[in-house]
Structure formats: structure tokens, C-alpha cells
Design a protein around this ligand. Structure first.
Ligand code: SF4
Length: 338
């Protein structure tokens, strides 16, 4: 894989099949949580640390947090932080392929139509950029490979939990589509206190490791960089590109929803169902600082879980999680209560 072919992505709603079909190598960026301040010249400090970490990893040319340093990037207009990252990236790398894809908040038919149009617009822009025609056959083949990869992740992750499972999920997102990441799942389940972990995006070396150390067994990893990216099949049906993109849009909108989606009830319903289905004894809600969608989401989830009698613990992460050891006592006390 050459650097010219690699294209960075950041949000679990990015249509990877379309990037594959264009002959590119989509690799998710997780940035460099240890050098957030390297982004300060371009982004305010009171902004999502994941966004800052992604920019930090490319601002001084080192790319410390991500293996392949490519400046081509596809963003999703998922939240204000992502939008600001796109703006800063485009200003910093004007010669590169930088695309912003709109994402509807509603998961209804109108939302599907809007997203399908956005997929077709991305497809046309990629054809201009690569000089390569994307036809229905190449998109169908790429989608089939992505579905095989999704199933391979679910198989490998079966029975594993916590930081090991998160590392595996991130490995599957940040390696080329034809490579299976070497990371062993590990972190075998059994013996710990079963909990559901929900939130936006976490660093596996930080807060998630504290949960492992405290004796939690994370039976569901409802994170944007965890299982959520593998939570629905995006294998499309259709004869032509319009039909395939419409079907692809449906598949992406069926994902277990991120808090930025409008249907808060569905998110709460899914969480309760997952708790009942997995036997989790409580929920840990862990969010990155300065993330507005998850700040708004928390009181709604809290109310619903209280009504259902499901214990809840809220934790906050700055992505680097340098002082996360201090949380150990709080987590241990919560687990003891379950
Ligand atoms: S963690 Fe929150 S603020 Fe950051 S990119 Fe995701 S939704 Fe946006």
C-alpha cells in the first residue's frame, strides 16, 4: 500500500466500501493522544480530544499515533468537533483529497434518501480524483469483502472483553481491507463482574484498562471505535449504483446509533435490550471531554436506566488518560455494589 492510496477516516458512518471500490485504502485514524497540544495552533483546547489527537498526529509530520501518514481524508459531518477538524485539515492540506460527507440525524426514509445522495456524491468526487470509474460490480465486490471482514471481527472478538477487544476492533479499522490484524483478542471473558460500556471513543490503554484491572468484564463495547462500527451489515442489494447506494445507506443507518442521531429513544431501548440480553449487571457510561452529543445524551440515558432499575456509573476521559488510575477506586466501589 502506498501513501498516495491511503485515505484517513474518523467516523463509524464512513462508507468504506465506496473508498475500496475507488482503489483507495481507507485506514481509520486514532491520532496521538499523548501530544494533543500539537494541535493547539489550529484548534481551540476546549474541543473533543479525539479531534485534537487526530490533527496533532499530522501537524508536525511525524504521525506518531497512526501507522501510515496520509493527508487524504474523508470526514463525516457528525458533530461540531468533526466539522472543525475537517476545516482545519482542509486549510492545512489544500493539495490533498479532503471530503466532507453529510450525515442525516433521522434514521427514516428521508434520512436514507439524503445519505444515499451523499454516497453518490462521494462516488463522483472519487472518480474525479482517481480517474477511475466505479461501477456496480466493483462496489458490490468491495461490499462483500467488507462484510466478510465484519464477520471476521465478530468471530475473533467472540468471548473477549475490555481493552483487548477494543484493541482488536481498532486493529480491524486501521489496517487495509485485505489484511487481518495480528492482534490477538485476549482478555477472555469469565470471572469478572459483567458490565456494558457505552460512550463515544476511548483509548484502550486508558480508562478501559482500569475497568479490566478493577475486575469488570465488559460484555458489550458500545463505543464508536469498538463494536458499534461492526453492529450492522452493510451488504447492499441493487442492480445499479443508485440502488446499491440506497441499500448501503439503509445498512449504515441501522448501526447501533451514536448519540448524535435524533432518535434518543432507540438508543436507550438498544442499551436496555443489550443489558438484558448480555446479562450485564450495570452500565458504565464513559465519554470524552467536550463532546456535546454525549453530554446531551447522558441525562436521557440516566433517566431511562433509573426507570429500568439498571445501575449506572459515569466516567470522563481526556483520551490520553494519564491520571486514570485515580478512577480505580470509584470503579471498584461501583462493581462491589452490583
Ligand atoms: S467524540 Fe463526540 S465530539 Fe468527538 S468526534 Fe465523536 S461525537 Fe464528535
Amino acid at each position: 500500500m502506498s501513501e498516495e492510496n491511503a485515505v484517513g477516516w474518523f467516523c463509524a458512518y464512513t462508507p468504506l466500501e465506496i473508498l475500496d471500490a475507488a482503489g483507495l485504502t481507507p485506514l481509520r485514524r486514532f491520532g496521538d493522544p499523548a501530544r494533543l497540544e500539537a494541535a493547539d495552533a489550529l484548534l481551540h483546547q476546549a474541543i473533543c480530544p479525539y479531534v485534537r489527537a487526530c490533527l496533532a498526529s499530522v501537524t508536525d509530520g511525524e504521525g506518531a499515533g497512526d501507522a501510515v501518514v496520509s493527508r487524504h481524508a474523508v470526514f463525516v459531518n457528525s458533530c461540531d468537533g468533526m466539522r472543525r477538524l475537517h476545516d482545519a485539515w482542509r486549510a492545512r492540506f489544500p493539495e490533498h483529497f479532503v471530503h466532507l460527507l453529510d450525515l442525516p440525524r433521522n434514521q427514516d426514509r428521508a434520512g436514507e434518501r439524503l445519505l444515499a445522495r451523499e454516497f453518490l456524491r462521494l462516488l463522483a468526487t472519487l472518480e474525479d480524483f482517481t480517474g477511475r470509474t466505479i461501477d456496480a460490480r466493483s462496489l458490490r465486490e468491495a461490499a462483500l469483502r467488507r462484510e466478510e471482514r465484519r464477520l471476521a471481527y465478530l468471530e475473533r472478538a467472540r468471548g473477549s472483553s475490555g481493552a483487548a477487544r477494543l484493541r482488536l476492533a481498532m486493529g480491524f479499522q486501521s489496517t487495509p481491507a485485505d489484511e487481518i490484524p495480528g492482534t490477538e483478542a485476549g482478555g477472555t471473558r469469565g470471572g469478572g463482574v459483567p458490565v456494558l460500556l457505552t460512550g463515544n471513543l476511548l483509548n484502550p490503554e486508558g480508562l478501559v484498562s482500569v475497568l479490566d484491572a478493577a475486575g469488570a468484564e465488559v460484555v458489550c463495547l458500545d463505543l464508536c471505535n469498538g463494536d458499534r462500527a461492526f453492529s450492522s451489515s452493510t451488504l447492499p442489494a441493487g442492480d445499479d449504483l443508485e440502488g446499491l447506494c440506497a441499500s448501503l445507506a439503509r445498512g449504515y443507518l441501522e448501526r447501533r446509533p451514536c448519540a448524535r442521531m435524533a432518535d434518543a429513544r432507540r438508543r436507550a431501548d438498544d442499551l436496555v435490550k443489550e443489558v438484558r440480553g448480555t446479562g450485564a449487571r450495570g452500565v458504565i457510561y464513559a465519554g470524552l471531554k467536550f463532546c456535546d452529543p454525549y453530554l446531551y445524551d447522558f441525562p436521557r440515558v440516566q433517566k431511562r436506566l433509573r426507570e429500568e432499575g439498571i445501575p449506572l456509573l459515569r466516567l470522563e476521559s481526556d483520551y490520553a488518560d494519564g491520571h486514570v488510575g485515580q478512577l480505580l477506586t470509584r470503579v471498584e466501589a461501583f462493581l462491589e455494589m452490583l
